[in-house]
Design a protein around this ligand. Sequence first.
Ligand code: PL3
Ligand code: FE2
Ligand code: FE2
Length: 231
Amino acid sequence: MPQLEASAAIDFYSETYKDAYSRINAIVIEGEQEANDNYMRLADLLPDQNDQLLSLAKMENRHKKGFEACGRNLKVTPDLEFAREFFSKLHENFQVAAAQNNIVTCLLIQSLIIECFAIAAYNIYIPVADDFARKITEGVVKEEYSHLNFGEEWLKANFETAKAELETANRQNLPLVWQMLNKVEQDAHVLGMEKESLVEDFMIQYGEALENIGFSTREIMRMSALGLSAA
Ligand code: PL3
Ligand code: FE2
Ligand code: FE2
């Protein structure tokens, strides 16, 4: 169904919509919180980039506040327990990597995977959002591109030493994205967002990021195919 028709048919105040929104809204709030924590951790791990990383962490905190307001505006209580479970595996992998000083893995998880996931989700959400949430999300997504860019630049500058770790981290974490998408597919559909569009948008962002970092087309194909059959 074309996005425009879908959006005209959406009743933002129906119980069905609000029920789905309680989980999606929580995922986004928790995602922004994770992003805040992850950039603070990265600021410790990369003292040279401390100021910039702390400023990214602050932006994430503002994003979180914006999405909390979107939930309040629809009188929805976010299901944060569901959202913490939703992020638990990526969360765990980031913590393990940070404890081992694996900065490349931390950057892949936060600045590539999570940011590309956010950019895809926000871009697909904007045309079907309520007016209040649309304005907030439009402001947020612009900043997410700069977060993705931070990761790209650092990894590009360190490509030769980072390459092998990036491939390993990709293998461990990309399949988690497909698992997460499967868990949110039903609720996203209620909000007028289709899984196929989310997958497509994610793949475009993620593939472009890998290209900017220095991977060849062949390598990108191999890396992005991992776990995709589960999507
Ligand atoms: C990084 O700055 C933020 C991380 C947020 C991750 C969001 C993932 C969202 C996946 C759920 C798909 C529906 C999105 C709806 C948008 C309001
Ligand atoms: Fe954010
Ligand atoms: Fe971000």
